[in-house]
Design a protein around this ligand. Sequence first.
Ligand code: VGL
Ligand code: ZN
Length: 197
Amino acid sequence: MSALIVIDVQNDFCPGGALAVPEGDTIVPGINALMADADAVVLTQDWHPADHSSFASQHDAKVPYSVIDMAYGPQVLWPDHCVIGSAGAAFHADLNINRADLVIRKGYRRAIDSYSAFFENDQRTPTGLEGYLTTRGLTSLTLVGLATDFCVAYSAIDAAKLGFDVTVRLELCRAIDLDGSLAAALWDMTQAGVALA
Ligand code: VGL
Ligand code: ZN
């Protein structure tokens, strides 16, 4: 059984949003079309408290897109984005959210960011998605969404490590691409056994 996992198709990651991914909105019609073929559809939603530690605004003299050391390792600092309950955190208005069986939120703990839909950035704290998919017998996963080089890649790599059969549909993803992060993410996904289509 197959699940379509739609990563973070939220207003803040689309043009005009706080952390806009170029062309982030252009993938929405194709994602909606792909939902028809899936046995299950899961949406993820980046969901941060206003004082989240991944926001540059929470650190003295730090600018967005710089990197700091957190307790769990290096962390990129972002513009404030996807604040709980805000319009920016809402799904893109054209995304077919009614088709979703599950919405999984992530990044709601102040001290830990969470790119992956499976584990937070400490690589240990689970979101619960593995258990949901496993108990429903959903072993084959297709991932699409935003951003290719952060939340999509981290989710795909964790899924492959957990033993799921994983395909990323690159034409239905868009990247932030900071300092070669897209090329690195494509390489890391391939190394982890993720199929790139
Ligand atoms: C994401 C940066 C910060 C993503 C989320 O969805 O790729 N990137 N939070
Ligand atoms: Zn975030």
